[in-house]
Design a protein around this ligand. Structure first.
Ligand SMILES: Cc1ncc(COP(=O)(O)O)c(C=O)c1O
Length: 392
């Protein structure tokens, strides 16, 4: 049967071999510690679930949300949260848009902003959604390498000016998946200056802004003077409140960018179940998820400190759910992920799955189903110590 050629632009599933080995291990009854997917294993805080149940009893939530940009009480709570969290004023009527999770916004902003031949500046390694949707919208990709020696920040001065002139979007994601790197407000200032010079819209992906440790507080790009002219920032309740399945997030920033994205999305989805919006508003206004952060931090420390003891030196991330670990010499990331899985029963993701500059690393997630207070992470470290015989 015919299919659109754009589907051929979607790269093959890079984790295919690992997925096959995982299925095989499970079929053979082997126990496996899965540090693969970044999906909070803890439940959504109960008061948020209670709010959903209450809101679902009100028939007003049973119909289409016919608002301009998302259920107004939700957008008002977004605006309050931005003021409290970042000291940034957001007009809930023109500078905020409800999303069905931030992936919705990150994908569709490409369709709203990219014409064939336009360039999208994408980080590599990076969340694959940026690249795939830019390509499907007919755009060309310019890869911004994220290298350890630059703190996994792109070097803006390396972007050739003819590319920058053709660029319509630049994706930045700090705190970063998969490297766990963070960016300073000074870097955000440089990025906004660059974007203004070349008339590029910045898509700032803040999906992990609240998943931080050791007192680190992540900035918003909208804290930069003049950022509202060029920045759209995407947020998610997924990781902040253990709500990945709920599909709720939001975009804030430039009123023009919000309007373009809204125009496109109005022809694609019909917004979210308003009871979810109301529960999400409650979460933004009232809920702290500190106990989950404390658990991730405990797991991070057991993992990174435990592996350091056997000689595997890995930087400790200040934020995100991920530990980005350089693989020992002589291995590709895919090879080493295979060694960890087959010899130690520990599943990790090869860095090459996130782009060519992810080669040489594996990503380990701190969201581990069934883990209690770090016991499975502890076991993963023990298995790696006992079973994986390499020179670290
Ligand atoms: C960097 C990054 N951005 C955005 C998302 C999308 O999250 P959601 O659509 O659940 O908000 C993810 C999910 O893993 C992510 O890693």
């Amino acid at each position: 049967m015919h299919r659109a050629k754009r589907l051929d632009l979607i790269p093959p599933y890079l984790f295919g071999e690992i997925a096959r080995l995982k299925a095989q291990a499970i079929a053979e009854g082997k126990s496996l510690i899965d540090l693969g997917i970044g999906d909070p294993d803890q439940p959504t805080p109960w008061p948020i679930v209670d709010q959903l149940c209450e809101a679902a009893k009100d028939p007003i939530t049973h119909r289409y949300d016919e608002s301009e940009a998302g259920w107004p009480p939700f957008l008002e709570s977004v605006s309050r949260w931005y003021r409290r969290r970042f000291g940034v004023e957001i007009d809930p009527k023109s500078e905020a848009l409800l999303l069905l999770g931030s992936k919705d916004g990150l994908a569709h902003v490409c369709w709203a902003m990219i014409d064939p031949g336009d360039v999208g500046l994408v980080p590599d390694p990076g969340y694959t959604v940026y690249k795939v949707n830019t390509l499907m919208a007919g755009g060309d990709i310019y890869v911004m390498p994220l290298l350890a020696e630059n703190g996994f920040l792109p070097k803006l001065s390396d972007i050739p000016s003819d590319i920058a002139k053709r660029a319509k979007l630049m994706f930045l994601n700090y705190p970063n998946n998969p490297t766990g790197a963070v960016a300073s407000l000074e870097f955000f200032q440089d990025a906004v200056r660059f974007a203004r010079d070349y008339d590029i819209a910045i898509v700032s992906d803040l999906a992990y802004s609240e998943v931080t440790y050791d007192g680190y507080v992540a900035p918003s790009m909208l804290q930069v003077d003049g950022a509202k002219n060029v920045v759209i920032e995407m947020h998610s309740l997924s990781k902040t409140f253990n709500m990945t399945g709920w599909r709720i997030g939001f975009a804030v920033g430039s009123a023009d960018l919000i309007a373009h994205l809204n125009k496109l999305k109005s022809n694609i989805d019909s917004r979210q179940f308003p009871a979810i919006d109301l529960a999400a508003a409650y979460a933004l206004d009232n809920v702290s998820n500190q106990s989950t952060l404390d658990l991730y931090k405990r797991r991070r420390d057991i993992l990174v400190d435990g592996l350091a003891e056997i000689g595997w030196k890995i930087p400790k991330p200040k934020a995100t759910l991920y530990v980005w670990a350089p693989v020992p010499k002589g291995y590709t990331s895919a090879d080493f992920a295979k060694v960890l899985l087959t010899e130690a029963g520990v599943l990790v993701v090869p860095g090459s799955g996130y782009g060519q500059y992810g080669e040489g690393y594996v990503r380990m997630s701190l969201t581990v189903s069934g883990d209690k207070d770090g016991n499975l992470i502890f076991e993963a470290v023990r298995m790696i110590r006992e079973k994986v015989k390499v020179e670290w």
